[in-house]
Design a protein. Structure first.
Length: 335
């Protein structure tokens, strides 16, 4: 079913006569229902949207992502510094620790009551620092927050912001924060350690120090309605001053055996399996791999079935692929 945020967005857009946003949110709901397997309902919603658009002589949206970007894309210089991300994951697909899930659910709920909270002179949690190993759910969690609230997700292109010219990096960062203030969305600063290196470290240079100082000022004084998420695999290299500038610090961990089992079940739910299939043994063998690694293992297994290299999925095949993946990662860590 549609989320409270989506229903509210549709009501607000209808009241304001904002047809484009109304149909964009309706398209999001259709995509959500399709992902849940409610194909008939999703098709009915899409058919209704197309019918009304045709009657009103409105252009048909090319896709869900087009409709979102058309009403939410930042303009000016910031448009070249932000990349619209298109992961449609929902909370039901997110596997994280109970403590991380609890914080994310609370953050979403606070955003759904944004007006009421601000009317009492309070500020919802809006700035987050995600830390932990690669492939353990940081980027996916940012997408889940955005999708749950019916907001677009923009990844900040730090490679385009960082410049060797004096003052240029800070000016570009200022453009990004102007967009954050103007266009409500979820903004992800991924690989944040490239910006937030500890001042005085061996890699500290004057321009990067100015950029970090600018970020500290911008994030501390931020008071808009967007959500800012910084994510890093190297929390130990971040400047200590950053940790107290964020509303919440979330630490992501490598999956446990039970979480590996959940991830495998979710990834392989539509794949035919023999009655003797034992996914628990695969999950136990997979401890030490990230969620991203597990997804690759599952995809490799399905591809072998498609190519006719094996007739069906088996725990023996998956365990073999898990071992191969672990060997590959161990070898490359030592390179």
């Amino acid at each position: 079913m549609a989320t409270g945020a989506q229903i509210r967005a549709m009501m607000e857009s209808h009241a304001k006569g904002d047809d484009s946003r109304f149909y964009a949110v309706a398209s999001q709901i259709a995509a959500t229902e399709a992902k849940k397997g409610h194909d008939k309902l999703a098709e009915q919603i899409r058919a209704y949207i197309d019918e009304v658009r045709a009657t009103a002589n409105l252009p048909r949206a090319k896709s869900l992502n087009d409709s979102i970007v058309s009403i939410s894309r930042p303009d000016g210089e910031a448009a070249d510094l932000l990349m619209h991300s298109t992961n449609e994951a929902g909370l039901d697909q997110l596997i994280v620790s109970p403590s991380v899930r609890s914080v994310l659910e609370l953050a979403i709920e606070e955003q759904e009551h944004l007006s009421e909270i601000k009317s009492h002179g309070l500020t919802p949690q809006q700035t987050f620092l995600f830390t932990g190993p690669p492939g353990c759910g940081k980027t996916m969690s940012a997408a889940v927050v955005a999708n749950s609230l019916g907001l677009p997700l923009f990844s900040v292109r730090l490679d385009a912001i960082i410049s060797r010219y004096l003052g240029e990096s800070a000016a570009k960062l200022a453009s990004v924060f102007q967009a954050i203030q103007k266009t409500r969305a979820v903004y992800l600063f991924d690989e944040f350690d490239s910006l937030g290196l500890e001042r005085g470290s061996g890699q500290d240079i004057a321009e990067m120090r100015r950029l970090l100082n600018a970020f500290l000022v911008f994030v501390e004084s931020y008071g808009g309605n967007s959500i800012i998420i910084a994510a890093t695999n190297h929390a130990e290299s971040l400047d200590f001053a950053l940790f107290r500038r964020f509303d919440m610090l979330l630490e992501f961990e490598m999956p446990t055996a039970d979480q590996c089992l959940q991830a495998l079940e979710l990834r392989l739910k539509n794949v035919k399996k023999p009655k003797s299939f034992n996914l628990r043994s695969v999950a136990d063998a997979a401890v030490g791999l990230s969620f991203a690694d597990l997804s690759r293992v599952c995809d490799d297994a399905v591809k072998r079935i498609i190519m006719g290299k094996t007739k069906s999925l088996s725990d023996k095949l998956l365990t073999s692929l898990v071992t191969e993946r672990k060997t590959f990662l161990a070898r490359n860590r030592n390179v």
